[in-house]
Design a protein around this ligand. Structure first.
Ligand code: HEM
Length: 510
């Protein structure tokens, strides 16, 4: 390439940047902002572990910090770890702090369900449609399913321990367990990923998730306005095949309910099926405006929302379980007192297991499956806050359309100014003494978010967590693997980089 053209390109890039920089900065008034590099902003420094990086900034700069990311044409952003500002975003002014369809467009097929990204009446309608499936009464009806999947998990623990006596990875097991659980709940059958160490449905779903993520990254990296590049990154033929498989499963379920109106044998089957999809079609509770394509998106989104989040929670819970034997013993005492060695588990008693719930919460405090979530203000809002990190009072944050505002769970849930000097310790007792863990504000502990858009699946996730913890600790002592590198793999989620290795020892052999 001629040298002159390269030089001209560099000059244009720098000039554009110098032109944009003051505008970006002026969009984030009253907040410290780091200098970025042309066309990349501050994202490079966040590439590996954005939340850890932001937490380091927060410690010295305060609880609201500025950044401007991949795409300098579009967004100036702030990260918030101040509970008062988070309250504005999630509760008091939640209708202004929108989710953004545009931002998640690359994930449209897997996470594009309206309940996840839409705002206003469409969000309300779809949330209302799904709400009955996440209530206690419905969880109770699903007990046989939890029991069945749990039995398979137990046999996978036994199988993997026999295969690798120095330690086996629980992350993979939970990845399959949570997929089969949420698929059973949604479609009425398990894909049998657990016993077969994978399944066609899980493979298809993961292919879609991974390719969507790569599209997201590629789209983010191309420094032109988002509206220009929507079609620049196409989906592969494997992706289309995977999508067709999921669509086929859903379509067949819908057709079965329709056929049941005229077919007595099918009618009996359908009457017993309590899955989300069959219930919605049978009871005719899908809103009229939601066509088949939208409904399919909604159902796949349930898989997305309920899979990795819960699997990551379970994975890190087992890290703490193996490394804190005293806490594990307290869990065991509670489990044995409630159910004995062989008593059948039930969700009502599990819900009363205080220590178990506290253990899960403490694990989510230090390893939140959701590290931070963005919002996109639809109107200008001015928020006043006192910063307990820097000690400054009466700060003013002016947010406006065009900005992204992210509430940062990672930073907020490990801030000593909010939690006190024992913040770094793993101590479930803090959630026994106080349901909010002794934090200075209830908006400081938001692993499932808060307010009207709080996680719909919280009860389901906690039920899975309580069920597994109780069943495992009353059978086995869980200890760390002989040799394992325990690390967080941080690319926007809370997976463990090399999984979490544990060994299980039968209690009778102690
Ligand atoms: C430990 C497990 C889980 C964690 C930590 C978690 C966390 C969250 C968070 C932080 C949000 C809010 C996102 C935002 O602010 O933009 C959310 C929303 C949501 N979650 Fe979960 N989640 C978990 C499990 C589940 C499960 C099992 C389901 C079941 C399908 C589920 C379904 C949803 C849905 C549908 C929403 C959107 C709610 C709305 O916008 O009204 N989640 N979750």
């Amino acid at each position: 390439m001629p040298v002159l053209q390269i030089i001209a390109g560099i000059i244009v890039t720098i000039a554009t940047y110098l032109f944009l920089l003051p505008r970006l900065r002026s969009r984030i008034k009253g907040v410290p902002v780091e200098n970025g590099i042309p066309l990349i902003g501050t994202k490079l420094s966040e590439l590996h572990a954005g939340h850890v990086y932001a937490w380091e900034r927060t410690k010295s700069w305060g609880q609201v910090i500025g950044a401007y990311g991949w795409n300098p044409f579009r967004l100036a952003g702030v990260r918030v770890s101040n509970p008062k500002v988070v309250k504005e975003m999630l509760q008091s002014n939640y209708e202004v702090f929108d989710k953004d369809r545009f931002q998640v467009e690359p994930f449209d097929d897997v996470a594009g369900g309206l309940v996840f990204i839409e705002n206003g009446w469409k969000w309300k309608d779809s949330r209302e449609m799904f709400e009955p499936f996440f209530k206690h009464a419905y969880m109770r009806k699903q007990q046989p399913m939890f029991k069945r999947e749990m039995e398979k998990l137990v046999s996978c623990f036994e199988r993997d321990m026999a295969k690798s006596p120095t330690g086996f990875d629980v992350q993979e097991l939970f990845h399959r367990f949570t997929f089969d659980t949420i698929s059973s709940l949604t479609f009425g059958f398990p894909p049998e990923s657990q016993l077969n160490e994978g399944s066609d449905l899980l493979n298809a779903f993961m292919l879609m998730v991974n390719e969507s993520f790569m599209r997201f990254v590629k789209i983010a990296l191309i420094p032109v306005p988002l509206s220009w590049k929507r079609n620049l990154v196409k989906r592969s033929s494997e992706y289309e095949k995977a999508h067709n498989l999921l669509r086929k499963v859903i379509n067949e379920k819908i057709e079965a309910v329709r056929e049941a109106k005229t077919d007595v044998a099918k009618a009996a089957q359908v009457a017993e099926d309590i899955s989300v999809i069959t219930t919605l079609i049978r009871d005719n509770t899908v809103p009229d405006w939601m066509d088949r394509a939208e409904l399919i998106k909604q159902l796949i989104t349930l898989l997305f929302a309920g899979h990795d989040t819960t699997s990551n929670m379970l994975t890190w819970t087992f890290y703490f379980l193996a490394h804190y034997p005293d806490c594990q013993q307290k869990l065991r005492d509670e489990a044995l007192a409630a159910f004995g060695r062989d008593g059948e588990l039930d969700i009502d008693t599990l819900e009363r297991s205080k220590y178990c719930t506290a253990f899960l919460k403490e694990s989510l405090r230090l390893r939140p499956s959701s590290l931070g979530q963005p919002r996109f203000p639809s109107k200008p809002v001015s928020i006043e806050w006192d910063d307990t990190t820097t000690g400054t009072k009466g700060n003013k944050l002016e947010v406006r359309p065009g900005m992204s505002v992210m509430y940062d769970q990672w930073a907020m849930q490990r801030d000593p100014n909010i939690w006190g000097p024992t913040v770094e310790e793993f101590d479930p007792e803090r959630f026994i003494k106080d349901p909010h863990g002794g934090a200075t504000s209830i908006y400081a502990f938001v692993p499932f978010s808060y307010g009207p858009r709080r996680c719909l699946g919280e009860k389901l996730a906690l039920t899975e967590g309580r069920w597994i913890l109780t069943e495992i600790v009353r059978r086995w002592k869980v200890v760390p693997a002989d040799k394992w590198d325990y690390q967080i793999a941080v690319v926007g989620n809370m997976r463990a980089r090399y999984g979490i290795g544990v060994k299980i020892v039968p209690l009778s052999e102690e």
